[in-house]
Design a protein around this ligand. Structure first.
Ligand code: FO1
Length: 319
């Protein structure tokens, strides 16, 4: 039975998801994953955040990058380059290619993405439930000074060097939460917003029509972990994006984005002084070591987050 639901994007989210997976009984974690980074390349459907969570929980992730498969080789990409393919800026390893081939085949056979991901997870002996935020395709488009860019063009090809002026989730109006989310929310004891980018990783999940209401209606406490520590993103361009879109670049800025949606915020030790301002947003605050350097850090943070959720639930129980 699902005890904990974690909302996650790519590398940062996957780290905490792995900590939760290690801290909980194996079948009790559901990770609700952003799919608005997904795209089609070489004719294959690629779901970078789902794959990052899958490989991380399977113990296969590349420890240097956090995405892709550790020890993978790149013979396929090298051969594609020899053939003159122009989309080789996105580094897909040989083993990683197999995931995209299998996914594309199963989608073409008419299987919903959520079913395909469950198959992939089972094949890799991952006992957490990996659930895409929606079965329908959604694509993040980023408005920059260089014009509107597809997300991976912005993020990987142009190394997130453009100033972001706006974000659009193309296709979001047609998306719906997967059917299995509502029953899982009914039994979950904690809902955790992983330290993923609040604008382009957690943002699309919350933008799926109806999903926000499902979260707010769930009985479990909702707690977020800040991906901004000491005014800097733990990984990726979240700090730059918050700045150019007019948000405060701090754990407070992230908490303000989640105001009304979460009961508690976990912030880094460097940000302890922000606690009173964050509490004024109407949420409880927990200071913790949020920088996860190894698997022990991930599990330790997960345990703090779960204890924080239990404390919030306990307070509620007392009325
Ligand atoms: N990120 C990069 O910065 N460069 C890459 O070449 C790259 C390839 C890649 C291949 C498969 C995959 O699943 C992820 C990959 N990523 C790469 C990561 C990824 O696209 C981003 O980190 C996410 O979309 C943001 O969460």
């Amino acid at each position: 039975m699902i005890q904990v639901i974690a909302l996650a994007g790519g590398v940062g989210g996957a780290k905490l998801a792995q900590g939760l997976y290690a801290a909980l009984p194996p079948d009790s974690l559901l990770v609700l994953v952003n799919t608005a980074d997904d795209f089609t390349l070489h004719g294959l459907r690629i779901c970078p955040d789902l794959d990052t969570v899958l490989y991380t929980l399977a113990g296969l992730a590349n420890p240097q990058t956090g995405w892709g498969i550790g020890g993978d080789t790149f013979a396929t990409l090298e051969m594609l380059t020899r053939y003159g393919a122009d989309d080789t800026w996105f580094q897909i390893g040989d083993r990683d290619f197999a995931t995209h081939i299998r996914r594309t085949q199963r989608l073409a056979a008419g299987m919903p993405l959520s079913v395909v991901e469950a198959e992939l997870a089972r094949a890799l002996d991952v006992r957490a439930t990996l659930l895409p935020m929606a079965d329908a395709p959604v694509a993040t488009l980023v408005d920059t000074d260089a014009g509107r860019l597809a997300f991976q063009d912005y993020f990987v090809r142009r190394r997130h060097s453009d100033n972001v002026r706006g974000i659009v989730f193309d296709g979001i109006a047609e998306a719906a939460p997967p059917d299995s989310l509502a029953p899982a929310l009914a039994t979950a004891e904690a809902i955790v917003f992983c330290p993923s980018n609040p604008l382009v990783s957690i943002g699309p999940i919350l933008a799926v029509p109806g999903l926000r209401d499902l979260l707010v209606g769930a009985p479990a406490p909702r707690v977020a972990v800040s991906p901004i520590v000491g005014g800097k993103a733990l990984k990726g361009p979240a700090d730059q994006m918050l700045a150019t879109l007019g948000h405060e670049v701090s754990a407070y800025g992230v908490a303000a984005l989640y105001q009304g949606l979460i009961d508690g915020m976990v912030i880094g030790e460097a940000d302890a002084a922000l606690a009173p301002r964050i509490a004024d947003l109407g949420m409880r605050v927990q200071v913790a070591p949020t920088i996860m350097r190894d698997e022990a850090d991930r599990k330790a943070l997960a345990e703090i987050v779960l204890a924080f959720c239990a404390a919030i639930a306990g307070k509620r129980g007392q009325g």
